[in-house]
Design a binder for this molecule. Structure first.
Ligand code: FAD
Length: 387
């Protein structure tokens, strides 16, 4: 990994200190109440985190993807749900920066920078997760508008977002199917469950990743102007490729979240091992515990190198499905393993809500599923290696 710049060091340090002081003391309580952390999100807006990678000409910090990954790691060390609040927003902003028309950039990016406008990213449907080409949500042209019908599933930030980057089918007869798919930038009312053409049912009840809502979205005749096709109408049929490129970023993000979560699990394990005594000594003096700590630390370091390498390569442009897939796969499996080992080191107390490791254990499970399951990552990695 290249040496960090002063700016990268300073921003990382700022977020780390904020997480130590403001997030770690309250994250588990928010998680147990499944409460949206309004004040923490406001503080993230003030730190400029909603516009880290958006160019300065639109008011953002204009920083690179590595800096983004560093910040996500620090946020996730406190609570992965905070990283979840900005990730779909960041992916949508990246899609507008990369594929949007100049008019769309001017319209959306300055308001996304401040967090005044927040975005969701939606491709999954009730019957189509890993198999994205099986989506059926339909966008039909009617005059100067498209009319959207269908259901989306697991939309993170689905209720509070003002805007949804959505993948739809515009031509169901296209072969291969992905050529008939189009991305739209849909504007909606934030925080409203019923609006013309769109119902947002109550948020899904989850095992972890609490606080940030994941919802279904039901479209019934939702109208959007033809100008809301991402990048303009020349991009009708290009949506699948645009979404797949953004998913690579999502994988870097999930990998960075995994490194942050695992770092926290290791810190909690070390703290506990230096306090708890059995058989007349601190448990950190038992070699069986030391072996666990050594393995946890080494695998976290390896994860960090894979994730930051993928972030740097993606920033250089081009395809990074192999690097992002490896980073996501290894870092998230490591996070689950480290959270489990940290639970074991905590003994019976790890099972109690008094210690934060139970939250880390529940949250780690999401990471192996989201942004493409780890089975799918392995298929992608193998396909590239076999080529
Ligand atoms: C909390 C949460 C938040 C999410 N947020 C978003 C979001 O904001 N936007 C969004 O679009 N999506 C989101 N998702 C969806 C997520 O990306 C999907 O759940 C994930 O891709 C898996 O899809 P699925 O659940 O339909 O599983 P399926 O695709 O049905 O897979 C079921 C099982 O079969 C395995 N499998 C499937 N195909 C193969 C194969 N070819 N070979 C081997 N094994 C296979 C899978 O690995 C898995 O183990 C979110 C999910 C969760 C849980």
């Amino acid at each position: 990994m290249t040496r960090l710049s002063v700016e990268q060091e300073e921003l990382t340090q700022l977020v780390r200190s904020w997480v130590d002081q403001e997030v770690l003391p309250v994250a588990s309580a928010f998680d147990h109440r499944d409460e949206f952390p309004e004040e923490l999100v406001e503080a993230m807006k003030e730190m400029g985190l909603f516009g880290i990678t958006i160019p300065e000409e639109y008011g953002g910090l204009g920083l690179d993807l590595l800096t983004y990954a560093l910040v996500i790691k620090e946020l996730a060390r406190g609570w992965i749900s905070l990283a979840g609040v900005i990730n779909t927003h960041f992916m949508a902003a990246w899609m507008i920066m990369t594929y949007g028309s100049e008019e769309q950039k001017l319209h959306y990016l300055p308001r996304m920078v401040t967090g005044e406008m927040r975005s969701a990213y939606s491709m999954t449907e009730p019957q189509a997760g890993s198999d994205v080409q099986a989506i059926t949500t339909r966008a039909r042209r009617e005059g100067d508008e498209f009319v959207i019908d269908g259901s989306k599933m697991w939309v993170t930030n689905g209720l509070r977002a003002d805007m949804i980057m959505i993948l739809t089918v515009t031509d169901p007869t296209a072969e291969p199917r992905h050529r008939g798919m189009t991305a739209f930038i849909l504007e909606k009312e934030a925080g409203v469950s019923h609006q013309p053409g769109l119902i947002v049912p109550p948020q899904l009840k989850k095992m972890g990743y609490k606080g940030v809502e994941s919802t279904e979205l039901i479209f019934e005749g939702f109208r959007t102007p033809a100008s809301s096709v991402l990048g303009g109408e020349v991009n009708i049929g290009a949506g699948f490729k645009q979404f797949m490129a953004a998913v690579e970023l999502g994988r870097v993000n999930v990998g960075a979240r995994a490194v942050g979560l695992a770092t926290c699990a290791l810190e909690q394990a070390v703290k506990y091992a230096n306090e708890r005594e059995t058989f007349g000594k601190k448990i950190s003096k038992h070699q069986a515990i030391q072996l666990k700590i050594a393995q946890m630390g080494t695998k976290i370091k390896a994860s960090e190198l894979l994730v930051f390498d993928a972030a740097e390569k993606k920033a250089e442009g081009g395809r990074v499905d192999l690097e992002a897939g490896m980073a996501k796969y290894f870092a998230t499996e490591t996070a689950l393993e480290v959270a489990t080992e940290s639970m074991r080191i905590h003994g019976g107390y790890g099972y109690s809500q008094e210690f934060m490791v139970e939250r880390l254990y529940r949250d780690a499970m999401l990471l192996i599923l989201g942004e493409g399951t780890n089975e799918i990552q392995q298929l992608l990695i193998a396909r590239r290696l076999l080529e």
